[in-house]
Ligand binder design. Structure first.
Ligand code: HEM
Ligand code: HEM
Length: 412
């Protein structure tokens, strides 16, 4: 009988322990990360599958290389063995339930292990999703409890019984290794916390205000109006311009914090709705002369969220918003036309995921003088922008409804 575990068993024991600590640190944060968590979901799944592979290797090593004989019989020995069985169940169960929950999710996110190896989805019924998700979270706690028992046992042998058992899991009688190897577990947890993105400063929409780059000069008004106004309104606009030509440049408006740009799309009979947390708008417009409008909205695509960590993890990917290559979307319009009292329509250019297309937006204004409330909507044909082009998009309706409302203050 050998004095200690084989080097392979020892390396696997500590490597798996450190990776499990890393997994728990990252796993606990996944739910709260929203759209920013996409890469971390992929990393968590990649490291998790690595743990599964290492655990299978460790079980193989257990049969291939003889272990040292049990040091203790009686109920303590039985308890130690039972805890070991539990630890193996945790090491196998955590990755398997993770794999199962990903495979049975309503929205199927493809997994590329470390960006290279595609992970197939397990052929499990969708009804098992809730169970596997519950078990996945619970197993982490069961694992933590078992490890605490396991470490208490190891310390009991080391400090009370002093039978040198702990050295069986250390390659050589080196005090430095005895400290360094368990410290790897702490290191795994700290590394998992360290790579999490910093918490978002403000969870509510906080639009900041940009200066309009090219506010319409009064002299260019007619040109702007002609470019944007449709034929049927051109005459009316022309008369208006003649009878009450604006003497001052059209006012610029500052968007106030607390506004919202939301979106909604149907998916297999349910509605997925969400919003963009970060966007800016530079607006120049005289409500009495809508043809003077100069509107420029920039949306941070990475700030899209539907309030569900799982779906949010998919939004930035190439199937949907392609955030890495196209971090922002813009809407630029010059000139608007009145469609009713305080109601307007503008045709501008929407650039989304690198594609620029004409886009109509309707909005209405309420309030007067220096403060207005703006609310409006647009219908976006998502296919034209290549949004929702993959396996998980089959149930999505072709139109995405965009709505917005915010307060604007006139800048003096
Ligand atoms: C190796 C061991 C693993 C451990 C210790 C682990 C641990 C965790 C923990 C503690 C959570 C948070 C659960 C909660 O707060 O409810 C979590 C979440 C998650 N894990 Fe793992 N995980 C492992 C492997 C995997 C694998 C292999 C996958 C997929 C292939 C996976 C996919 C996920 C997903 C998608 C979530 C978010 C679940 C949700 O939306 O509730 N995990 N994991
Ligand atoms: C500071 C933390 C840890 C210490 C000090 C420690 C120590 C030890 C020692 C001394 C043994 C050998 C027991 C014997 O010879 O009878 C052992 C075995 C084992 N440890 Fe750990 N361990 C730690 C963490 C972990 C973690 C986190 C896991 C897995 C989640 C784990 C899983 C196991 C398993 C499954 C065995 C049984 C190996 C076998 O005989 O098949 N240990 N550990």
């Amino acid at each position: 009988m050998p004095q200690r575990y084989s080097l392979a068993a020892i390396i696997l024991h500590w490597a798996i322990a450190a990776l499990l600590a890393f997994q728990i640190a990252v796993g606990w944060a996944l739910e709260h990360l929203g759209a920013r968590g996409f890469a971390l979901f992929q990393l968590h799944k990649s490291v998790g599958m690595t743990v599964l592979a290492l655990t299978l290797a460790r079980i193989a090593v257990r049969y291939w290389k003889p272990r040292p004989a049990k040091l203790e019989g009686g109920w303590q020995g039985a308890l130690a063995s039972a805890v070991h069985v539990g630890l193996y169940a945790f090491m196998l169960g955590a990755p398997l339930t993770g794999w199962a929950l990903v495979s049975t999710a309503k929205v199927k996110v493809p997994t590329l292990i470390f960006g290279v190896l595609p992970l197939p989805h397990l052929p499990l019924p969708a009804g098992t999703h809730a169970v596997s998700e519950g078990a996945h979270g619970l197993l982490a706690w069961i694992g933590i409890a078992l490890v605490l028992l396991h470490v208490a046992g190891a310390l009991r042998h080391h400090l009370l019984i002093r039978d040198g058992l702990i050295w069986r899991m250390v390659p050589g009688r080196s005090m430095a290794l005895l400290i360094a190897l368990p410290a790897l577990i702490l290191g795994g947890f700290v590394a998992g916390r360290a790579i999490l993105p910093a918490p978002q400063a403000a969870p509510t929409a906080t639009p900041t205000v940009e200066e309009p780059e090219n506010a319409v000069e009064p002299g260019n008004l007619a040109e702007a109006a002609n470019a944007a106004a449709p034929a049927e309104n051109a005459a009316a606009n022309a008369t208006q311009a003649v009878t009450e030509a604006p003497v001052a440049p059209p006012p610029a408006w500052a968007v106030q914090p607390g506004g919202r740009i939301g979106f909604a799309v149907g998916n297999d009979g349910e509605t997925i709705s969400g919003s963009f947390a970060r966007w800016t708008a530079a607006i120049v417009m005289d409500p009495n002369h809508p043809d003077s409008a100069d509107i420029r909205v920039t949306i941070d695509m990475a700030s899209a969220s539907v309030g569900d960590a799982y779906k949010d993890g998919m939004l930035p990917g190439d199937e949907f918003l392609g955030v890495a290559a196209h971090p922002t979307a813009t809407f630029i319009a010059k000139g608007a036309e009145a469609t009713g009292p305080n109601a307007y329509r503008t045709r501008g250019t929407l650039t989304l995921k690198g594609v620029s297309k004409p886009q109509t937006i309707r909005f209405s204004l309420s309030g007067k003088d220096a403060t207005r409330t703006v609310s409006g909507s647009a219908t976006i044909a998502r296919a034209a922008f290549d949004v929702g082009n993959g396996d998980s998009s089959g149930g999505l309706t072709p139109q995405v409804a965009l709505t917005f409302n915010f307060k604007a203050m006139r800048k003096d």
